[in-house]
Design a protein around this ligand. Structure first.
Ligand SMILES: C[S@@+](CC[C@H](N)C(=O)[O-])C[C@H]1O[C@@H](n2cnc3c(N)ncnc32)[C@H](O)[C@@H]1O
Length: 184
């Protein structure tokens, strides 16, 4: 695997982690976490969302999972001061940790996965959830996957929205949908 170009790392640091921090922080704040949950973040990338999740879980734990070891290494460095965070390099479609999490966070990930592989990724997420667990998700709807495709994917896998979905325009990402889902 080729090393990540330094420009890509720098761009993510500036736009995602620094200028975009408020976008992530507000989203995590509004998830309604109690702070005690066992949370899995699927597709954590460089940890721009994970750093806010870690702070929102003072008595819980966060497992950061990504299929790309290079971005996971950036996340590991970024979250080094948090002792409630663990890291896993794996494809969620293959990963086996059945029923281990109260919530699975998916932030800007599914639209990046090829359409034919999304159902398998969702099966991995379902496998990871404890009974009554929640899927906490935000995805763009203007590229990669439409809102209707996302609804069909989640509904087809047995998820129902817990409350009203939020529609929001996010800088650089465009229109997004977010919300909380549970298995019906
Ligand atoms: C657009 S990035 C989003 C990163 C982060 N969640 C954020 O919002 O800043 C999508 C991430 O999902 C990861 N990813 C894609 N498919 C995956 C899979 N099947 N299993 C685990 N991670 C995956 C990619 O490696 C990438 O780091």
């Amino acid at each position: 695997m080729r090393p990540l170009p330094r420009l890509e790392i720098l761009t993510e640091e500036l736009l995602g982690n620094r200028l975009g921090a408020g976008v992530y922080r507000r989203w995590v704040r509004d998830l309604g976490l109690a702070g005690t949950e066992r949370v899995l973040e699927v597709g954590c990338g460089a940890g721009a969302c994970a750093r806010h999740l870690a702070e929102a879980l003072p008595c819980g734990s966060l497992t950061c999972l990504d299929v790309d070891a290079r971005w996971l290494a950036v996340a590991r460095r970024r979250l080094a001061s948090h002792d409630n965070v663990g890291f896993v390099c794996a494809d969620i479609a293959q990963w086996q940790q059945p029923g281990a999490f109260d919530a699975v966070v998916v932030h800007f990930v599914l639209h990046d996965i090829p359409a034919e592989n999304r159902r398998a990724a969702l099966e991995g997420i379902i496998r990871s959830l404890a009974p009554g667990g929640r899927l906490l998700l935000r995805e763009p709807t203007g590229h990669g996957m439409s809102g209707a495709e996302l609804d069909a994917l989640l509904g087809g896998a047995g998820f129902a929205p817990v409350d009203a979905r939020q529609l929001e325009r996010v800088p650089l990402m465009g229109d997004t949908v977010s919300g909380r889902w549970a298995l019906a």
